[in-house]
Design a protein around this ligand. Sequence first.
Ligand code: HEC
Length: 159
Amino acid sequence: MRKVLLAAALLGFSWACTNNGGNSSAAASSSGETTPASGTSNASYDSLKGSGKFTHVELNPTLDSKMITAGKSVYDLKCSACHKLTSEKLVGPGWLGVTTRRKPEWIMNFVTNTDEMIDKDPHAQAMLQICMVRMPNQHLSDEDARNILEFMRNNDQSK
Ligand code: HEC
């Protein structure tokens, strides 16, 4: 499977996600695609939380402005080339609504354990088919990952 995905990513390397806002975004955001088929080899995989070191993320209902600012710096530097803050796709999916689509654990695992998650996670694989680009590991520290999550929560709250 990994080989197939890699091949797809290499062969299909194109900006397929560019300039296709509008209708096509429905494919990425429609619910229901994340339920793993039962009885597959991924049976033990937790598709809600994903796989990685984060099994429980405690969220404070009040957003932390310091973390948001730190998260924004990470976004500007490492993420903005591929992700918009709206629902529009660039190279990867737009971030609007991501904190309601995905659990905090999933987001933090995905951004720190990107390769394994793209290989294993049904939602990540569905996105890969749409985007045709594999998100590269961004080498985020745990703290960066948590700050970026706070930045995403703020983005979802303010729109
Ligand atoms: C080279 C382009 C690129 C960069 C840079 C990038 N991403 Fe991604 N990202 C993607 C693609 C493409 C996907 C869709 C999954 C896939 O195909 O790999 C994705 C998916 C995601 C998702 C899942 C979105 C959803 O709707 O479920 C999150 C969260 C995410 N990226 C976070 C980040 C963070 C945080 C950074 C910066 C630290 C970042 N990405 C940098 C390309 C990128």
